[in-house]
Write a protein that binds this ligand. Structure first.
Ligand code: ARG
Length: 567
């Protein structure tokens, strides 16, 4: 209805900026519009007079009880309670949340996660994974054909070095037990030894050359690196409840190796890439960007070269309308260059967006790191939040069995991790405040899960009896507020899809939970009034509660967060 009202106003008064506000107090209606101020200024009239004109134009509307002017020029809209009740029933019955289907017939590729093999997945990849998955869910909800894409970093000269190190020093047992740790050890050792054995550099180069030319032994070792790494990434995704292998296109940078020579030849032929000091570059002055390096003087291709090939493949093969790259802020220049090159190549059938995000900071406000200043492996972060969640769950509900408590702690911990990320403006750095992340009374994932669980317990207590609700009995101001809030979901989703953000949805759900909690405290839902009317009212309230639960579940589901029947 908010969106409908906006449309009406835009149609009647095109070209004027305005907001549809939610007044703090029901005496001021359900929506308050500030359009008259801008309009009055433009037409040099009095705001009150203009506001009256706007209000009058809605007289006799089927949705509004009344439309009133308030000083100094607001227009306040009061929804008919019967309208709210009807909408509630619609949502309850059909689980139709009114989410728009604007994506029908359109395809979007959402690239996210994209870790590098032979290294532990780190906290930056976690942000990409969480945000990307939520955005993919949001687009899916709007009817888009969503292609989830995981672009694995599995190529580059570093793998020559790693193969050289592997051949010299690898420990089979360690490799079987903890492959990524062992690869990391080998890579670090290679660089340590380099200072006393400079010939290693050449060895690494030679190994990469062999790998590139398809040498069977090098290839087999590299395959093993890749396979072991992907296996471990799969375990991460499983713990996060994100399926990025089964339902995603998984392509490595290595998959584009064979396309690079023809690509480079073509770029040269078309005069787009030019020689510069033995290297090949694409000049991007016209875009105000530094030149893109396509091939180094030693003949090696680069991250960006493979990226162009991959973009070409994504467009040619999938014909998407949009491609989103959910990748950290730090790679902004890389994507500006990529998109500039895409313009030169007339790759203009798809809208390309770098969906950037900030860093993860520790409690001290500095970049989250181990004591030695290294990046924190993702597994450690997950283990820690789940262990903390376990304590909370045990405290809240001591009679749970060990197994139940563990399972719930997992869902709560992962929910905390995801919500902590998704509630923030994506572009800013986020903080890891472990306590706040798990705070059952604050703006946290567990608070939302807890609200849901409390409602679930009300419904359980009410028993199985068939509902005989009379929705017209829902008239309490808190009930109106809840019903009104339920209507905002489609709008919130629309906005978040347009801006590739998730914080609006998180805020919406937090507000829904807060309004519900205060409703729950103000009104006895399971009223023991056994009269016929009392029972109807009670069942109407249960219907409202069940609808709130459904919307919480749907909304949290978009954020990749699971609900729980009990905590
Ligand atoms: N593998 C890269 C990294 O971990 C991220 C890849 C991002 N995606 C892309 N299309 N370049 O830094």
């Amino acid at each position: 209805i908010r969106a409908w009202l906006r449309e009406q106003l835009v149609e009647k008064y095109p070209g004027v900026e305005f907001d549809i506000l939610t007044p703090p107090d029901e005496k001021m209606g359900d929506y308050s519009v500030n359009l008259a101020f801008a309009l009055a200024k433009r037409d040099k009239r009095s705001p009150l007079e203009v506001a009256q004109g706007i209000a009058d134009s809605f007289s006799g509307s089927e949705y509004f009880e009344k439309v009133q002017v308030a000083k100094p020029g607001f227009v306040n809209f009061f929804l008919k309670t019967a309208f709210l009740q009807g909408e509630l029933e619609r949502i309850y019955k059909d689980k139709a949340y009114g989410i728009s289907n604007v994506g029908k017939g359109k395809k979007v590729i959402v690239e996210y996660s994209s870790p590098n093999i032979a290294k532990p997945m780190h906290i930056g990849h976690l942000r990409s994974t969480i945000i990307g998955d939520a955005l993919a869910n949001i687009f899916e909800a709007q009817g888009y054909d969503v292609v989830r894409w995981n672009y694995i970093g599995d190529w580059g000269t570093q793998f020559g070095k790693l193969i050289a190190a592997y051949k010299r020093w690898h420990d089979d047992e360690a490799f079987q037990k903890n492959p990524i740790q062992e690869m990391l050890r080998l890579y670090v050792k290679f660089h340590e030894e380099l200072s006393t054995a400079p010939e290693l550099e050449k060895e690494g180069q030679e190994e990469f050359r062999k790998l590139e030319s398809g040498d069977a032994e090098s290839r087999a070792i590299w395959e093993k690196f890749r396979e072991m790494s992907l296996r471990e990434f799969g375990q991460m995704y499983q713990q996060l409840g994100i399926s990025l292998f089964q339902d995603a296109v998984v392509r490595g940078e290595s998959d584009y190796e064979k396309d690079l020579q023809p690509l480079v030849d073509d770029l040269v032929k078309r005069g787009i890439a030019v020689q510069s000091e033995g290297a090949l570059i694409i000049k991007l002055e016209q875009f105000g960007l530094p030149p893109a390096l396509i091939r180094k003087s030693d003949g090696a291709t680069l991250y960006l070269t493979r990226e162009i090939a991959s973009l070409n493949h994504r467009i040619a093969e999938y014909k998407p309308d949009k491609i989103l790259y959910v990748v950290a802020n730090q790679q902004a220049l890389h994507f500006e260059q990529l998109f500039a090159v895409a313009k030169m190549l007339k790759f203009d059938s798809a809208e390309l967006t770098h969906v950037k995000f900030g860093m993860v900071l520790g409690e001290d406000g500095k970049k989250l790191a181990t004591r030695e200043g290294k990046t924190v492996p993702l597994q450690e972060v997950m283990d820690k939040i789940i262990a903390l969640a376990y304590e909370t769950v045990k405290q809240k509900n001591p009679e749970l069995s060990e197994e139940q408590a563990k399972e719930i702690a997992h869902t709560v911990g992962i929910g905390a991790l995801k919500y902590n990320d998704l509630k923030e403006l994506r572009i800013s750095d986020i903080k890891f405040n472990w306590k706040a992340m798990l705070d059952l009374t604050g703006d946290s994932g567990p608070y939302l899960q807890y609200t849901y669980a409390r409602l679930a317990s009300v419904v359980r207590k009410a028993g199985q009896e068939k509902l005989v609700p009379d929705i017209s009995l829902l008239e309490h101001p808190q009930e109106r507020r809840l019903m009104r809030h339920l209507l905002d979901l489609p709008d919130v989703i629309e906005r978040s899809a347009q801006t590739y953000t998730t914080n609006g949805i998180a805020l919406y759900l937090y507000e829904l939970a807060s309004i519900t909690s205060s409703y729950y405290e103000a009104v006895r839902i399971l009223d023991d009034d056994e009269s016929a009317d009392g029972k109807k009212r009670r069942d109407a309230r249960l219907l409202l509660v069940e609808t709130v639960m459904a919307v919480l579940e749907r909304g949290l589901g978009l954020l990749g967060i699971n609900v729980l029947g009990r905590i």
